[in-house]
Every structure is written in structure tokens, then in C-alpha cells.
Design a protein around this ligand. Structure first.
Ligand SMILES: [Zn+2]
Ligand SMILES: [Zn+2]
Length: 126
């Protein structure tokens, strides 16, 4: 496993943003794409994880909408440490490779969206 990226901190400049393994989320809601904060971090997060994806996975992200893919949330899964670093709540680990394994989490969210869409279209065709 590569070392966790150093980017695990909260930026309190508005709009307040948290970074977990380099992935950006709005601070109040832990969302990549948040209509309340009017932010969309999916484009930058796609760039962040690009190096970690195989060509097949990259294609899967593009098929799943690319910069318009399902938004990932870490609401309730992170906590802010006294030094403003971010750790997961389950393991209390900064840069947790399980909770903050975003390439995997993004691919999983795309796959579950796909399952849902194909289920829905099979309902509609019946
Ligand atoms: Zn928000
Ligand atoms: Zn964890």
C-alpha cells in the first residue's frame, strides 16, 4: 500500500472544506457535491484519484458520469482533531486506507447506481 497522502486536514477558509486523502468535501455536510454549500468537488477529486485508477476503472468512472458521477459523502465518518487534521471515526486514523479509500468508494457508488438504473429500467419494461 502507498503511504497515505498528507492531505488530511480542514481548511476553514470559506467555503470551509475538509480534505481526506486529498479528496475534498464540504466541511458542514461532508459532501463532494453540496447544493447547500454550492460546491462541487467531483471534478478535482476525479483528478486526485486518477493516478490510482487502472485504465478500466478510469473508463468506468467516465461511464458513470465522469465529473457528473454520483456524489460521495463522508458525513458522520470523519472527525476533526485538535490540530485540524481529519481522521475517520471508526479507527480514529488520519488518512485511513479503509474508510477513506475513495477510488474504491467512488467505483462502488457508480456500480450501485448502475444496478439501480438497470433494475429500474427492467421494472419499466415489464
Ligand atoms: Zn455542504
Ligand atoms: Zn478508518
Amino acid at each position: 500500500m502507498p503511504d497515505p497522502k498528507p492531505d488530511n486536514f480542514v481548511s476553514r477558509n470559506l467555503p470551509a472544506t475538509i480534505f481526506a486523502n486529498g479528496f475534498a468535501f464540504c466541511f458542514p455536510h461532508g459532501q463532494e457535491w453540496c447544493h447547500l454549500c454550492c460546491v462541487d468537488h467531483r471534478l478535482t477529486n476525479n483528478v486526485i484519484m486518477e493516478d490510482d485508477l487502472t485504465p478500466e476503472q478510469h473508463e468506468e468512472v467516465q461511464d458513470g458520469g465522469g465529473d457528473d458521477r454520483p456524489s460521495v459523502s463522508i458525513y458522520g465518518k470523519f472527525q476533526v482533531l485538535p490540530d485540524d487534521r481529519i481522521s475517520c471515526t471508526i479507527h480514529e486514523v488520519v488518512g485511513c486506507k479503509f474508510c477513506f479509500d475513495f477510488p474504491k468508494i467512488v467505483l462502488r457508488s457508480i456500480q450501485s447506481e448502475k444496478t439501480w438504473v438497470s433494475k429500474r429500467s427492467s421494472y419499466l419494461s415489464n
